[in-house]
Write a protein that binds this ligand. Structure first.
Ligand code: SF4
Length: 334
């Protein structure tokens, strides 16, 4: 099966007064139909930058992406599409939802008008037709009394309902790919579960693939078909949810898993806290980016960037531990 979306060797640099920040450093991913790809990692690891680059939503003036990077969608490289062609992809084929619904919704327009806008642009519907379809879409995202609700403004909705409206706008044209960047972070836990349940239900109904950006490993375990762990601008481990939770291979992944609280309270051991800071991406290290925090670091780790090593078709990690070439290189002086 061909991937729906394929990211190849993505490198994203930001030119700032302080120097060039290497925010994403050679990232590959493949998204297949109906995949739920969850990208996890701590703040600043590059996951949001990566997701915004797919629809070219990064600030143009300071962003530099080399010609060797590609984001392929249905045969086109999104990084090189003309702006007018990219506008057809945004919202119609690939949609994005963000963390805070209030920054996305227009407070001066009714909910119905905001959903209808996208339908009028992409599906060339009249305003009347688009408003009628908006009612169906509100129903799809489980908003009660949609006929009345389309006439209301964002401030008349609760936080959870606003996030449903944002999802409704994103799904108005039945996109093939939905990118959701921490879509539930600002919501209560019960509403979070509700929203994720809704997204999975819509994925089935609309036959859609999802890229979910989160730092919530519990959520990732529940919904992911595959997980990418990011650290310092790179994917350091890729696996199915089952493999990642049962057999984490990268020391950073293991540290992340040990820092998740046991909600049932069965574990008596203290939560692990990872000491130190991620490397400065203005001047990333020559070898492994995790080295200054890794208790298992070896000589080779300082000198050479570990390549991605495959444990199986669906499981790979970027670390010299267990890598056949790691031991040969390890005798070198640090
Ligand atoms: Fe630790 Fe070395 Fe593996 Fe990096 S490559 S995670 S420093 S053991």
């Amino acid at each position: 099966m061909e991937p729906l979306l394929q990211v190849e060797n993505l490198q994203i640099n930001f030119h700032t007064y302080a120097g060039t920040i290497q925010a994403v450093r050679g990232l590959d991913l493949s998204l297949y139909p109906k995949d739920v790809l969850v990208v996890v990692g701590e703040s600043g690891c590059g996951k949001t930058v990566m997701s915004k680059s797919i629809l070219r939503l990064l600030p143009k003036k300071i962003t530099k992406i080399p010609d060797t990077s590609k984001i392929l969608f249905e045969g086109s490289d999104l990084l090189r599409l003309k702006e007018k062609d990219l506008r057809k992809v945004r919202g119609r084929d690939i949609s994005m939802i963000f963390q805070d619904p209030m920054t996305y919704l227009n407070p001066t327009m009714t909910i119905g008008e905001q959903i209808a806008e996208s339908l009028m642009i992409h599906e060339k519907l009249s305003k009347k037709q688009a408003m009628e379809k908006s009612i169906d879409i509100l129903e799809l995202v489980r908003i009660p009394n949609p006929k009345e609700r389309i006439r209301q403004f964002p401030h008349e909705f609760s936080g959870g309902m606003r996030q449903r409206v944002v999802i409704a706008i994103a799904l108005a044209c039945s996109p093939k790919v939905l990118i959701a960047d921490e879509p539930t972070t600002a919501l209560d836990v019960t509403i979070q579960a509700d929203i994720m349940d809704l997204l999975l239900d819509l994925r089935e109904k609309l036959n859609m693939s999802i890229i979910l950006i989160t730092h919530d490993l519990g959520l990732a375990a529940e919904i992911a078909t595959k997980i990418h762990v990011m650290y310092a601008g790179k994917v350091v481990e890729k696996a199915t949810a089952k493999d990642l939770f049962n057999r984490p291979a990268h020391p950073y992944t293991r540290a992340l898993l040990q820092s998740v609280p046991d909600v049932a309270g069965l574990s008596k051991s203290r939560l692990y806290s990872l000491k130190g800071q991620p490397p400065d991406l203005l001047n990333p290290p020559k070898g492994c980016g995790f080295m200054n925090r890794c208790a298992l670091a070896m000589n080779v780790c300082a000198k050479h960037e570990p390549p991605l090593y495959s444990l199986s078709k669906d499981h790979s990690y970027r670390c010299w531990l267990g890598h056949p070439l790691g031991e040969n290189n390890n005798s070198e002086e640090r």
